[in-house]
Write a protein that binds this ligand. Structure first.
Ligand SMILES: Nc1ncnc2c1ncn2[C@@H]1O[C@H](COP(=O)(O)OS(=O)(=O)O)[C@@H](OP(=O)(O)O)[C@H]1O
Length: 346
């Protein structure tokens, strides 16, 4: 079970899981008609495509609002539960940039720097019951099915975190992505080959807001429950690295980076990610947020060695196209994508 949290490098993990599942003919529990399990509604096993009570799956990995009891119905009792976190300030900044047009509360924020305006006075732009407002506060807590309106010092925050830690065997971190993958490989007895990746779903640098220390402090306070969650699992992560062996970790990370860079030379035109308008093959065109084209993608080398063509293609394929390749119907996602691009894109 991979709990795909929002704006945490989870699409890069998803690509790794898709490739592993496909290679070993594993059975995915997929959504039906769209790329998520009716997010933000809480997860129900009936949302799984062709689900019948008693069915058992190998991998669950699409966006959902987590509910352990429901997820457990799909999996064997010894299933490994994994998720990924990111520094709540970076996550908040990324989510605000990506989703703010979908949150009516933010439409009346004036000025060039909407993020700063919001953080300087969040209460005046936020109501917990408002449409899509969960994107604006403690999004990790929300994704885990918890109350994202709790203040950091509410005792329920720590008890929720303790409870979550009983369910998850491994918590990865976007900030220590390569170390996280080495722990993933160790937990699942995988090989380095299995964890090779290209960064998926990154924004162009001009879309990233750099927060002043004051605004960073405000963002941390505003997302206080997520900050506690992050700190709790961060401590367990480093204890885990210690147990794995610092030197051993260093060697493994070095090897992973060497292999990734080798794959980059083999697969990617111009050495790295490019703006969407420069992507020639629609198959590699990433999904864009409402109203702009800020997400980068890749061009595959034209003269790629035939023995690497398939692996390059798969490593470069964004989530939506990969789901389609795996046979998932995406008619609702595509309808929304068409509306988004035809009607709303400026
Ligand atoms: N390998 C790796 N290491 C560190 N960070 C990474 C990595 N891969 C993706 N990213 C960053 O993760 C952000 C996208 O997250 P998600 O894929 O989870 O987004 S989504 O919720 O599925 O839309 C997005 O962050 P922002 O660019 O700040 O928006 C990506 O740049």
């Amino acid at each position: 079970m991979f709990m795909k949290t929002h704006k945490t490098a989870s699409s890069t993990i998803l690509n790794i899981l898709f490739r592993f599942g496909e290679k070993h003919h594993l059975k995915f529990a997929f959504p039906n008609g769209r790329n998520d399990f009716f997010y933000p509604s809480p997860f129900l096993c009936s949302q799984v495509k062709d689900y019948r009570p008693g069915d058992c799956f190998n991998i669950v990995c699409n966006h959902m609002r987590f509910d352990h009891h429901e997820v457990a119905k799909l999996l064997p009792p010894d299933a490994v539960y994994i998720t990924i976190l990111r520094d709540p300030v970076a996550l908040f900044e990324s989510a605000f940039d990506y989703y703010h047009r979908l949150v009516p509360l933010t439409w009346r924020i004036d000025g060039e720097n909407k993020l700063a305006e919001f953080l300087n006075n969040p209460q005046s732009f936020y109501r917990s019951a408002a449409f899509n407002s969960f994107y604006l506060k403690n999004l990790l807590f929300f994704d885990f099915g918890l109350d994202n309106d709790l203040e950091a010092d509410d005792p329920r925050v720590m008890s929720d975190i303790q409870n979550l830690s009983k369910h998850f065997h491994l918590v990865l971190f976007a900030e220590y992505f390569d170390e996280s993958l080495v722990l993933l490989k160790d937990t699942l007895c995988w090989t380095t080959e299995d964890i090779l990746y290209f960064k998926i779903n990154a924004r162009r640098s001009s879309s990233v807001s750099h927060l002043t220390p004051e605004l960073r402090a405000k963002a941390l306070q505003w997302n206080g429950a997520d900050w506690r969650l992050y700190q709790h699992f961060n401590a367990s992560f480093w204890a885990r690295v210690e147990a794995y062996g610092r030197d051993r970790m260093k060697q493994e990370v070095k090897e992973l980076r060497r292999r990734n860079s080798e794959m980059q030379d083999i697969c990617i035109e111009d050495g790295g990610a490019v703006e969407a308008r420069k992507i020639q093959d629609r198959h590699f065109q990433p999904w864009q947020p409402l109203g702009e084209s800020s997400i980068l993608g890749y061009n595959m080398k034209k003269n790629v060695d035939p023995k690497f063509r398939t692996i390059c293609e798969k490593m470069l394929t964004p989530e939506i196209q990969y789901l389609s390749d795996l046979g998932v119907s995406l008619w609702l996602t595509r309808l929304w994508g068409w509306l988004k691009d035809a009607v709303f894109t400026v």
